[in-house]
Design a protein around this ligand. Structure first.
Ligand SMILES: NC(=O)c1ccc[n+]([C@@H]2O[C@H](COP(=O)([O-])OP(=O)(O)OC[C@H]3O[C@@H](n4cnc5c(N)ncnc54)[C@H](OP(=O)(O)O)[C@@H]3O)[C@@H](O)[C@H]2O)c1
Length: 263
C-alpha cells in the first residue's frame, strides 16, 4: 500500500520531483481562465498556452477579449477560445464551461481569477457596490466551480486554482468588501479542497500582494510601481502548482513583493 513512499525513502537519497514528466503532461490539457482578458488572468492564459494547454478565457467586455486573443495566441502552441461571460451570472458561466468542453473535448484546469475591487468605507459604500464585489469575487467562484466540477470528474480529476489576495488575511480600511470577499474565498477554497480531493481534483489558492495591473485603478491602464509583483510571476506560481508532484498538494500560496514600498 505504502510501497511507493517506502521505496522512495529506502533509496536513502533525494529524488527530484518528476518535473519533466509533469510539464509534458500539461500539453493538450484544457483550461478555463475566468477574467483572462487583462492583467493576471491574461498572463496565466499566456503561460498555459505556452505550455501547450488549450485555453478558454472569459471576460465581460468583448473589446478586451478581442484584444487579448492575439496576445494569448502568440504565446503558442496551445489553442485559444474567448468567451463573453459574466461570472456573476450562473447561466453565462454554465454556457462558457459547455462551450469550452464543446470546443476542446473536456476540461482539466479551472483558474478562478476574475475579480474586482471597489474601495470605500462601509458608511459610504452602496449596497449595490457591496453586492458587486461579493457576487464577482466569491459567488462567481462558486458559479464556475459548480459548473466545472462535473466536467473535471468526467476526466478523473483536474485542478481548480483560485486567485485570492493577501487582503483575504490582512484586512485594511476602505476595503471591507474586498477583504471579506477574499477571506470568504480562502475558506471556500479550503472546504472545496477537502470535498473533491478524492476525485483527483486538486484545489489551491494563491494570495498575491500588490500586482502591477490596472486593478482598482478606475480605468487607468498604467501598470503601477516597479516594486509590485509582475502578473507573469503569479502565472509562474500557477504553472508550478499544476506541475507539482501528485503525492502532495500546496493548497495555499502567499506571494509577496520582495521589497514592498516602505510605509
Ligand atoms: N492587482 C493586484 O494587486 C491583485 C492582488 C491580489 C489579488 N488580485 C486578484 O487577482 C485577480 C485579477 O486581478 P487583476 O489585477 O488582473 O485585475 P484586472 O487587471 O482588473 O483584470 C480583471 C479581469 O477580470 C475580468 N472580470 C472582472 N469582473 C468580471 C466578471 N464579473 N465576469 C468575468 N470577468 C470579469 C476582467 O474582464 P473585463 O475586461 O471584461 O472587465 C479582467 O479580465 C482578481 O481576483 C484580484 O482580486 C489582484
Amino acid at each position: 500500500m505504502e510501497g511507493g513512499f517506502t521505496s522512495l525513502r529506502s533509496k536513502n537519497r533525494w529524488d527530484p520531483p518528476r518535473q519533466e514528466q509533469d510539464m509534458e503532461s500539461l500539453r493538450g490539457k484544457v483550461g478555463l481562465v475566468t477574467g483572462g482578458s487583462r492583467g493576471i488572468g491574461l498572463a496565466i492564459a499566456r503561460a498555459l498556452v505556452a505550455e501547450g494547454v488549450q485555453v478558454a478565457v472569459t471576460g465581460r467586455n468583448a473589446a478586451h477579449l478581442s484584444a487579448a486573443r492575439p496576445r494569448i495566441e502568440s504565446a503558442g502552441p496551445g489553442s485559444v477560445e474567448t468567451l463573453q461571460a459574466d461570472v456573476r451570472r450562473y447561466a453565462e458561466v454554465e454556457r462558457a464551461v459547455a462551450a469550452t468542453v464543446a470546443r476542446f473535448g473536456g476540461l482539466d484546469i479551472l483558474i478562478n481569477n476574475a475579480g474586482i475591487g471597489i474601495f470605500a468605507e462601509v458608511a459610504e459604500m452602496t449596497p449595490e457596490q457591496w453586492a458587486e464585489v461579493i457576487d464577482t469575487n466569491l459567488t462567481g467562484v462558486f458559479n464556475a466551480c459548480h459548473a466545472a466540477i462535473p466536467q473535471l470528474r468526467r476526466r478523473d480529476g483536474g485542478f481548480i486554482i483560485n486567485i485570492s489576495s493577501l487582503a483575504g488575511r490582512n484586512s485594511f480600511a476602505s476595503a471591507a468588501s474586498y477583504c471579506a470577499s477574499k477571506a470568504g474565498l480562502n475558506a471556500f477554497s479550503e472546504a472545496l479542497m477537502q470535498e473533491v480531493r478524492y476525485d483527483g481534483i486538486r484545489v489551491s489558492y494563491v494570495m498575491p500582494g500588490s500586482v502591477a495591473t490596472a486593478f482598482g485603478r478606475g480605468g487607468d491602464q498604467s501598470m503601477g510601481a516597479d516594486w509590485k509583483i509582475a502578473p507573469e510571476e503569479v502565472a509562474e506560481v500557477v504553472l508550478n502548482l499544476l506541475r507539482h508532484d501528485r503525492r502532495s498538494l500546496p493548497s495555499r500560496v502567499e506571494l509577496r513583493p520582495s521589497k514592498p514600498r516602505k510605509p
